[in-house]
Design a binder for this molecule. Structure first.
Ligand code: IMP
Ligand code: MG
Length: 168
């Protein structure tokens, strides 16, 4: 493994994302919807840096296919406990790759009629999209590496690393 984004750089970027999002939603309350499990550390840090009131809920998705690649099939295996209807909602994702996961969840949540629905992803492998999806807030655009750390795993390992590493 080699370090791709050190802890300090991740923290700096998360702070600046939180500032930007807080400004964009000034005067409102935001429901952060974290996609389990990969987003749990990013969401925890982002939430603590926000200067507007936030609520937090989680959703668990399963995708089928090869271990290090998403296939086309996604389903909700643990749904939200909160209604998103009429709320300002921000989907919090660790990484967008093919776009299949966010595209699927965006459509499912939009059908529940939130007042607004936006997305934030810490990492964006832009060159890998299979379905077009534009994330509203992106931390870092990265090349096509498999990455771990800061919530991201390889077979459930390395989620607790503070920086982001590329697996060789
Ligand atoms: P997508 O549906 O292809 O956009 O993939 C998104 C999901 O695949 C993320 O939520 C991650 O769980 C997983 N994923 C994609 N790339 C990586 C990676 O480099 N490391 C760890 N997980 C990844
Ligand atoms: Mg994920």
């Amino acid at each position: 493994m080699r370090i791709l984004i050190p802890e300090e750089e991740v923290q700096r970027r998360v702070r600046s994302l939180a500032r930007k999002i807080s400004r964009d939603f000034a005067g409102k309350e935001l429901l952060l919807v974290g996609i389990l499990k990969g987003s749990f550390i990013f969401l925890a840090d982002l939430a603590r840096r926000m200067s507007i009131p936030v609520k937090v809920d989680f959703i668990r998705l399963a995708s089928y296919g090869a271990r290090t690649q998403s296939s086309g099939k996604v389903e909700i295996t643990k749904d939200l406990e909160t209604s998103v209807r009429g709320k300002d909602v921000l989907i919090v994702e660790d990484i967008i790759d093919t776009g299949v996961t966010l595209n699927y969840l965006f459509r499912r949540l939009r059908a529940r009629r939130p007042r607004s629905l936006r997305t934030v992803a810490l990492l964006d492998k832009r060159g890998r999209r299979k379905v077009p999806f534009q994330v509203d807030y992106v931390g870092f655009t990265i090349d096509n590496h498999f990455v771990v750390g800061y919530g991201l795993d390889c077979n459930e390992e390395y989620r607790n690393l503070s920086g982001i590493y590329a697996v060789k």
